[in-house]
Design a protein around this ligand. Structure first.
Ligand code: TRP
Length: 330
């Protein structure tokens, strides 16, 4: 059987080129070796997002983004977490094997407590139990499908460890029932500088969005911060964030040429930005077209997610059945 690689995606809209090279591209290429299971973690989003319209809109934006950026539906299963009724059931069962202390030590919960303590509030002020349970829900996501590997960023490493702890506690009670997953921590993912030179991130408002209207995309590229050197002056490409972005899109030959221009003098930032904007638009041309079509067709996206959920449930049901049997409620 093809091993399973599982990825949960928090619904946030407006993917940018940093997301593409850091997450979408590596995740999509995993389908060469694994059966990729990709789901939109809308139950997780509900711990902090309480606007129904926004939540729903974001789910469609994420779905359209993944499909537009090349997720192959023949080699993967794409679905929405809340379409899987087995998930809340498994979450509950697993919670009965989760040491409360383990959740007390979870980074996100601890950080929320710390913020309250620092501002002299009650430690649990404004913290819902869903946030506290977040790691258990995530363990259910992973364990329901017997996932082999879970590619995640470093910030999710603890969640994988908690998942393994929970599965282990269950297995120690009932014998080997759940598969312990391996976290694949993507530490060295290529990171693209944002237009201000910091890491590209929505929270810094320094992104180049993939699916924005052309004019807006070009504007962001033109806003990339550079120093005040004139075209004639020699410059260091390796400390220039314009070059840092450019190198993801140019051919090796053109890149070598531009590098020389930086070093010898003769490079105008404005012209290079224009060229970069053209390259970005060309690179994502197909994806951008697809996105526009997909985002306007909710019924198609619904159908994709429904089909995905059906396949995911077929993988998950036997596992839940084993769990129910093990605990004695089958
Ligand atoms: N917590 C993950 C994040 O914030 C999203 C997620 C939910 C997830 N369930 C998952 C990731 C299961 C991997 C596996 O990015």
């Amino acid at each position: 059987m093809t091993p399973i690689s599982l990825t949960g995606i928090k619904p946030t809209g407006n993917p940018h080129i940093g997301n593409y090279f850091g997450m979408y591209k590596p995740a999509i290429s995993l389908t060469e070796k694994y059966l990729g299971m990709y789901f939109i973690a809308d139950y997780h989003a509900l711990t902090s997002l309480h606007d129904p319209k926004e939540l729903n809109q974001l789910v469609y934006e994420v779905a359209a983004s993944w499909l537009a950026l090349g997720l192959n539906l023949e080699r993967s299963i794409f679905f929405r977490q809340s379409d899987i009724p087995e998930i809340p059931e498994l979450t509950w069962i697993l919670s009965c094997f989760t040491a409360k202390g383990l959740l007390n030590r979870a980074h996100a919960y601890k950080a929320a407590i710390d913020r309250n303590t620092e501002t002299d509030r009650d430690p649990d002020d404004g913290i819902n139990a869903g946030l506290f349970y977040y790691p258990v829900l995530m363990a259910a996501d992973i364990l329901l499908y017997n996932s082999d590997v879970v590619p995640v960023g470093l910030d999710q490493k603890q969640h994988i460890e908690i998942t393994r702890d929970i599965a282990d506690a269950f297995n120690r009670t009932y014998g080997k029932t759940l598969k312990l997953p391996e976290g694949v921590i993507q530490e060295d993912v290529q990171s693209i500088p944002g237009i201000d030179g910091r890491k590209m991130s929505k929270s810094y408002d320094n992104t180049i969005p993939i699916f924005a209207p052309e004019k807006q995309l070009r504007k962001q590229v033109m806003r990339i911060v550079t120093d005040s050197r004139t075209p004639d002056e020699p410059k260091d490409p390796d400390t220039c964030n314009l070059f840092g972005v450019y190198k993801f899109f140019a051919t090796p030959e053109r890149l070598a040429e531009v590098r020389q221009q930086y070093l010898q003098g003769g490079l105008a930032y404005g012209a290079l930005k224009q060229e970069l904007a053209d390259l970005v638009l060309a690179y994502f041309a197909t994806a951008r077209e697809k996105y526009d079509t997909l985002i306007a067709d909710r019924s198609y996206l619904d159908q994709v997610m429904r089909d995905g959920a059906e396949k995911a449930r077929a993988v998950g049901k036997p596992v839940l059945a084993r769990v129910r049997k093990a605990v004695g409620i089958d």
